[in-house]
Design a protein around this ligand. Sequence first.
Ligand SMILES: [Ca+2]
Ligand SMILES: [Ca+2]
Ligand SMILES: [Ca+2]
Length: 201
Amino acid sequence: MKLKVSAITAVICCAALVVNIPFEIADTDNDGISNDKEHIIGTDPFNGDQNNNNIKDGEEEWTLSFTVDEDDVYNYDSRVIPTLTVTDKPDMLWTVEFQKYDLFLNEETTPGFLGNCYIPHAGEFNKGRLSFKFKADYLLKDGFDPVIYKYDRNSGKLTEVPQQTVDLQNCTVSADIYELTEYILLDRTEVEKVWSDRIER
Ligand SMILES: [Ca+2]
Ligand SMILES: [Ca+2]
Ligand SMILES: [Ca+2]
């Protein structure tokens, strides 16, 4: 009789051990990153130390870069192409999808408008490098001065993003950002003629 009870107990224990964890949320290689997050980052869910440096994948920083598909007319603004590059620990890395968001800020309403993007908040975020690539034709404009502004939809104010780098050879403007929200690229020369009272520096 005693043996029989032990057998039942053993069966119950086994049943508890075979609970299926969905593959997406499991951490198959035990490196601290779930399988679905490894898919986002591009690391191998079956290799806990992808770069073989004795530090687990989950304890390292990884760099992800997001941009828009030029053929995607819904999200794509043909005049500027945004790219966001994020280097951080896995917990802070998420898939980012740019949205074109031109309800109020667009070519018709906004002097100096070059293009914009909206980055929906996808999760926790520390810092990233936002870059706008503009068309080379703009360089022919008199006094062309491309500047990235953050747009606060609630107050309607534009804030110049600090410490921008303009690369005229590659037609890009880049700056570090600390918030996922709406950014707009404007020609400051034209903006300041009419909008100087709405810009904060
Ligand atoms: Ca893993
Ligand atoms: Ca891994
Ligand atoms: Ca490693």
